[in-house]
Design a protein around this ligand. Structure first.
Ligand SMILES: [Zn+2]
Ligand SMILES: [Zn+2]
Length: 333
């Protein structure tokens, strides 16, 4: 099958992602094989290609926003039937026994396994997944529009939950890429007043189109104090900026898996008065199921930039250079 692998992680100019012809994967016990229809391009794929996240195995196929149709069942797999449409996301395994798994926090399991890092992902014609970690997806929806929901959407949604936005509250969103523009739609759909802070003029225009109350550069600050904020931009320098914009008792959730160093905080101006700063790590399956139901009910519609599977390297380079508005999605077959 046609696929892409991360060969030698490093700068995009060195071509870390290479096209490869791989044997068709066979589903193991409890796994299903999926014929890929579409796979979203996530910033984590870029961190892996650049070597900012160390590879866990050589020549791994990236991609963890996979929409496809089940075409083969491993031994004992029975949750899905051939022909069912499913999604494969970032989290693909947990131990089920540790204190995190036993207390509803499987996202923190030290033995968690991830698609496109510990196992091959969806920049390919076929992918396998343990059926217990797949999501059932509607057969009648557009595969390309579903793909970004599987990581950008699910992990962004966990960040929104961690930010504890009160009903009808004031939310700041720093950075406005794939994840942020999905989360903004959820928050607006639930009645929040959303302020988007980003340097990209195209992203600011998209934010206003989606119903944001304001959109401007981060340095200018939002037009009112924030109850909650989510930092999507992988820029630690924005942490103090966002903390300063919070009202007393407000919470900033940092959504990224990779962040540049966070500078020191001015205690009085940026942390005192019970402001809270916290991080977000992946998601639980419960987050995923909850978000996918909510996204369907609120008619969340990602802005997509579809690319052929053959253009995966260019899509990643465009993401690196901030040339994508919304979410890039590889269309397979
Ligand atoms: Zn565990
Ligand atoms: Zn991702």
């Amino acid at each position: 099958m046609r696929a892409w692998v991360v060969d030698r992680p490093g700068p995009m100019a060195g071509g870390p992602l290479v096209e490869a012809s791989l044997p068709e994967p066979e589903p193991g016990p409890g796994e299903v094989r999926v014929r890929v229809e579409a796979c979203g391009v996530c910033r984590t794929d870029l961190h892996l290609a650049l070597g900012e996240l160390a590879p866990r195995r050589p020549r791994t196929v990236p991609g963890h926003e996979v929409v496809g149709v089940v075409d083969a069942l491993g031994d004992g797999a029975g949750r899905f039937a051939p022909g069912d449409r499913v999604g494969i996301a970032w989290l693909r395994g947990t131990c089920g026994r540790c204190r995190f798994c036993r207390t509803g926090r499987e996202n923190l399991c030290p033995d968690a396994a991830f698609t496109g890092w510990d196992a091959d992902g969806g920049y390919a014609e076929l992918a396998v997944v343990p059926e217990a970690y797949a999501y059932r997806l509607p057969a009648d929806a557009d595969a390309v529009a579903l793909a970004p929901l599987l990581c950008a959407g699910i992990v962004g949604y966990r960040a929104l939950k961690r930010a504890e936005l009160p009903p009808g509250g004031r939310l700041g969103i720093y950075g406005f890429g794939a994840s942020a523009h999905v989360v903004a739609q959820v928050a607006i759909g639930q009645g929040a007043r959303v302020h988007v802070l980003t340097r990209s003029a195209a992203a600011r225009a998209l934010a206003l189109e989606l119903g944001a109350a304001s959109a401007g550069p981060a340095a200018d600050g939002p037009p009112e104090p924030l109850d909650s904020a989510v930092l999507f931009a992988p820029a630690g320098a924005l942490v103090p900026v966002a903390m300063r914009a919070l009202d007393a008792g407000g919470t900033l959730a940092v959504a990224g898996i990779h962040l540049s160093d966070v500078p020191g905080l001015d205690y009085q101006a940026e942390l005192f008065r019970e402001r809270r700063l916290l991080s977000v790590t992946a998601n639980t399956r419960a987050d995923g199921e909850e978000f996918l139901r909510l996204a369907a009910a609120l008619r969340v519609r990602p802005t997509v930039d579809p690319r052929p599977l053959a253009g995966a390297d260019r899509a990643l380079a465009d993401l690196a250079a901030d040339r994508i508005t919304g979410a890039a999605v590889l269309v397979t077959g």
